[in-house]
Design a protein around this ligand. Structure first.
Ligand code: NAD
Ligand code: MG
Length: 349
């Protein structure tokens, strides 16, 4: 499905602007005017002289009081909706503030409807990127919320639902995203399947197959389709997991795919260095997302979710936005083949 932008130029009106985006635009406008006015300054200097502090009020020193365990038991049918979780996850909807770090970039994010993918989509749009997201058709309500947020940031939103377990769909997804965005320079391979099973004797070949197809084959198909389209300076980001390093006994199939993703990222980074495409992973710890309430955890596990972490709570998806922005932005030009852990203090990676 294509995006439905209100305006022919693909830039929607910024009706629900909380002031952050407009102040960013004012700020960017001031800098641009300074440069156009003949001030031959390096951008950084121009920025300082344009009075960044005045248009960039301080951010809160501490995060909001994020929920801690115990959590209410809850189960949704896979793939689930963020909007039906109790409490609702925070993807940075009301908090993430951009500062033009990805202006003009074009990003495709799988699993962009909820969880880490949604947090990355919101942040990328507020940093100035146009964003295409993929998700399963059952997740349309979550996806529409994300599309609205991208458009409220003044950027183009492209919605491409479909099942990544199909190689032909993966190829079409990348081609469609690049066509509708006018190119592709950020790819976030983030969609995944996770099902908790107590014993290898409960793990069917079909479940093993679904997990490997979603987490590994789809990543391979998408990246393979994207690489020929990506210019020098592009960034590929894979959402891996602490499970790659410290696997839970009930996540045998899932943890195996996450370890394989890390090896894939590290090998591919070496392969693509010559092309100037960087490849990195984000490795989250326990994060409050639909993945966990759709079979990813046992009900007991859900109740105490995040209690093992030194911060004694699960992370919220929005708390990972900075990692995705950082790895995508050109300020990270010497960072490739790395795994960025966001774990609440656990020791891996
Ligand atoms: P999530 O449920 O919000 O996101 C997973 C997404 O995968 C879904 O929204 C869905 O759109 C997509 N997906 C799954 N199967 C698909 C298929 N066949 N076709 C198309 N899309 C499909 O949960 P999340 O936790 O944000 O997961 C995002 C990433 O984070 C995953 O790679 C997951 O392994 C990783 N991760 C999550 C945690 C955690 O605690 N939540 C921890 C470490 C890593
Ligand atoms: Mg989802």
């Amino acid at each position: 499905m294509d995006s439905q932008n209100d305006k022919p130029d693909g830039k929607a009106d910024n009706k629900a602007d909380d002031g952050v985006q407009s102040s960013r635009r004012r700020f960017v406008g001031t800098v641009a005017a300074g440069i156009a006015g003949g001030a031959a300054l390096a951008p950084g200097l121009a920025q300082a002289q344009a009075g960044a502090p005045a248009t960039n009020p301080p951010r809160p020193l501490t995060p909001p009081p994020y929920p801690k365990p115990p959590f209410q038991r809850q189960k949704q049918e896979w793939p689930g909706l963020a909007s039906k979780m109790t409490p609702r996850p925070d993807h940075g909807e009301t908090t993430y503030r951009g500062s033009g770090r990805l202006t003009g970039r074009r990003a495709l994010i799988t699993g962009g409807d909820s969880g880490m993918g949604r947090a990355a989509a919101i942040a990328y749009a507020r940093e100035g990127a146009d964003v295409a997201i993929n998700y399963l058709p059952a997740e349309e309500p979550d996806a529409r919320e994300v599309a609205d947020l991208i458009r409220q940031a003044g950027r183009k939103a492209v919605l491409i639902p479909g099942d990544l377990r199909d190689e032909n769909f993966c190829k079409r997804l990348v081609a469609d995203a690049a066509r509708q965005l006018g190119g592709l320079d950020i790819l976030v391979s983030n969609a995944a399947r996770q099902q908790s099973l107590p014993s290898i004797l409960d793990l069917s070949t079909a479940e093993m197959d679904q997990t490997f197809k979603t987490n590994l084959y789809a990543m391979f198909w998408i990246v393979k389709a994207a690489v020929p389209l990506m210019p020098q300076g592009s960034s590929i980001i894979v959402t891996a997991s602490v499970q790659a390093y410290d696997p839970s006994p009930n996540l045998l199939a899932y943890a195996s795919t996450k370890a394989a993703q890390v090896a894939f990222v590290k090998a591919l980074a070496k392969q693509l260095a010559e092309k100037g495409i960087r490849v990195n992973a984000v490795a989250p710890g326990p994060i409050w997302t639909p993945l966990q309430v759709t079979g990813g955890q046992t009900q007991e596990g859900l109740e105490k979710f995040g209690s093992d972490s030194p911060l004694k709570r699960p992370g919220q998806p929005g708390e990972l936005a900075g990692a995705y922005v950082n790895l995508a932005s050109s300020e990270s030009s010497y960072t490739t083949g790395q795994v960025y852990g966001v774990t609440g203090g656990a020791g891996f990676p």
